[in-house]
Design a protein. Structure first.
Lengths: 273, 306
């Protein structure tokens, strides 16, 4: 199993798209740090991006701000890309049939591909936080925070913030599990990587749109992205909230159902590509 | 050492439906013995590639079974470790080098690349330093040769090749043909599909002919070509021999060629023609079948149409 996983990672590490994707996760936090340093945001009643403002007082909040805006779009795309590309790109190259005429076992191949896609998604999430942390500390220093702020209090020690960053990173990564699982499922059904990536990203967009329709009532609580942003409460003074627990648990049925369908389908699939 | 009792390749009642009433392969049965080089022939859409895909576990048969070395094929069956395959085009991970592609292919199944006889396989591919270049820079011929090399990794007992000389120039095609003959010489079993009848005729000992998913004929090349066609007679008096043979029933045409005659037969046995000539005091030096596989193939398909 490890040799199969290793060969999958060899393929991933040699792909230009992997470097581009991970490069972006490094570049954007650095650009953000430079931009904030050059042009610090002011705190006004219109200021919605409070974490960016706090980041000018302690570099430890730059990863919080980066994670917040990157998780709204770019990380979703990257996670959908790694998962959606996993099987469909191999089918698109025509190399999937070469892999499947080896005595590998389709289930094992699928597990190796899922593991490598998950690892890349995790690396992308961690890179955002880590790069922003390094850039933040360089530009704005390593401090705790003690700021009065309208509607929220920011009173946390440096190590408290670091602890919360760790929890947030894991939560955001896990919160994208449904996106990854749906992309991966579609990846086993199509030769078109774009289609598979779009499926996961489409789930995220549709879920966000439906979540904005309050008339849907309690149905919204079952949408995979309903609790996605609840991790930010960690930095407003509260500990892990019940919403975070609900958000984490909510991913499980989406992941289980999508991966079960992927497993069932791929093991029986007639490989024509 | 005696060969194992089960055939190297066995197809029994193989059927494949693709929904909406499309039957690509219909109750197909044939056997390929150990050490045979068997050509799978048929016009486009005959079901050759579908048959080969079922044989290596890429497709699940609707009915029947495909067996390699006595093992009924299922997806990713362990018996595939003893087979080398190239189905349709030779495709690779485009941004990996040829060498890295071979390595990934081999090691994915847990094998040690050092045990893959890679030097021997690469000698076939003859890519030189290009084997370290990314595959996306390769020509179609280079990919095809790398594909054959990939199929040869680990010295498989069985080779299943779909149009192996597709995209190759005449020199490369000849190299592949010679390679297949060498492989058969060392005991490997080869099943290859091709639409190049001359290629099959030069390489294969046996052929299976398919049309519209069904078996049309199977046997040795000689058996198939002997069923119909033309015969060359080397005689001492071609003019007299032509007069005699033209008058015989079952003889369609008699055409001079060199010091002899080419006789096209509708029916009748060659031995009867020889006896008639000898009886008429015409010496017969040579009797050779001049049937080409192409004639036999087209004749078989035409017979099926009727």
């Amino acid at each position: 199993m490890f040799s199969l996983f290793r060969t999958e990672m060899v393929k991933q590490w040699h792909r230009p798209r992997t470097f581009v994707a991970l490069g972006i996760t490094i570049l954007i936090p650095v650009i953000t740090a430079i931009a904030i340093k050059a042009n610090p945001p002011s705190l006004t009643s219109e200021t919605r991006d409070e974490f960016t403002f706090v980041a000018t007082h302690t570099g430890l909040f730059l990863p919080v701000a980066s994670l917040q805006f990157m998780s709204r779009f770019l990380l979703v795309i990257l996670v959908a890309l790694f998962a959606g590309d996993a099987v469909s790109s191999e089918a698109n190259w025509g190399n999937l049939r070469a892999m499947l005429v080896r005595p590998i076992g389709r289930g094992r191949l699928l597990a190796a591909k899922l593991t490598s896609a998950t690892l890349l998604g995790f690396i992308a999430t961690v890179l955002v936080v880590l790069t922003a942390l390094i850039a933040g500390v360089i530009f704005f220093g390593w401090h705790g925070v003690n700021l009065p702020f309208p509607g929220a209090a920011f009173h946390q020690s440096a190590w408290h913030i670091i602890g919360n960053l760790g929890i947030s990173t894991l939560y955001v990564f896990w919160g994208l599990g449904s996106v990854a699982a749906v992309s991966f499922m579609v990846s086993t059904m199509t030769d078109s990587p774009v289609g598979a990536v779009s499926a996961g990203f489409g789930l995220y967009v549709v879920s966000q749109i439906l979540d904005g329709i309050t008339s849907l009532g309690s149905i919204r609580y079952g949408l995979p992205t309903h609790y996605f942003g609840s991790w930010t409460e960690l930095f407003r003074g509260s500990g892990p909230t019940a919403d975070m627990a609900r958000g984490a648990l909510l991913q499980i049925p989406y992941i289980v159902v999508a991966l079960s369908i992927a497993w069932w389908h791929f093991r029986r699939k007639d490989v024509l590509s | 050492m005696a060969p194992p009792p089960e055939p190297a390749i066995e197809v029994v009642g193989l059927t494949k439906d693709f929904g909406a009433g499309v039957r690509a392969v219909d109750d197909l049965s044939f056997v390929v013995g150990h050490g045979q080089v068997c050509g799978l022939l048929g016009p486009n859409g005959a079901g050759k590639t579908t048959t080969l895909r079922m044989l290596v576990g890429l497709l699940t048969p609707t009915n029947g079974a495909a067996r390699l070395l006595g093992v009924t094929m299922t997806p990713s069956n362990p018996v595939l470790a003893r087979a080398g395959t190239m189905i349709e085009h030779a495709d690779f991970v485009p941004f990996l080098s040829g060498m890295r592609n071979l390595e990934v292919y081999w090691e994915a199944a847990g094998g040690d690349f050092a045990d893959a006889n890679v030097e021997e396989a690469l000698a076939v591919a003859d890519l030189g330093d290009a084997v370290h270049r990314k595959v996306k820079t390769y020509s179609q011929g280079m990919r095809q040769r790398l594909g054959v090399a990939r199929a040869l990794l680990g010295r498989p007992e069985i080779l299943v090749l779909d149009e192996p000389t597709n995209g190759l120039d005449p020199g490369e095609m000849r190299e592949i043909r010679e390679l297949l003959i060498r492989l058969a010489g060392r005991g490997a079993t080869v099943l290859l599909s091709s639409h190049l009848l001359s290629e099959v005729e030069q390489v294969c000992s046996h052929v299976v002919v398919m049309d519209k998913g069904k078996l049309v004929a199977a046997g040795t090349i000689d058996e198939l070509t002997a069923a119909s066609g033309s015969v060359y007679f080397g005689v001492d008096d071609p003019t007299r021999a032509r007069e005699i043979l033209t008058a015989l029933p079952g003889v369609r045409t008699v055409t001079p060629e060199g010091a002899g005659l080419i006789v096209e037969l509708d029916s009748g046995r060659r031995s009867d023609l020889v006896a008639t000539l000898v009886h008429a005091n015409v010496a017969v030096d040579t009797v050779e079948s001049r049937h080409r596989l192409e004639d036999a193939f087209l004749g078989l398909l035409a017979h099926e149409e009727r």
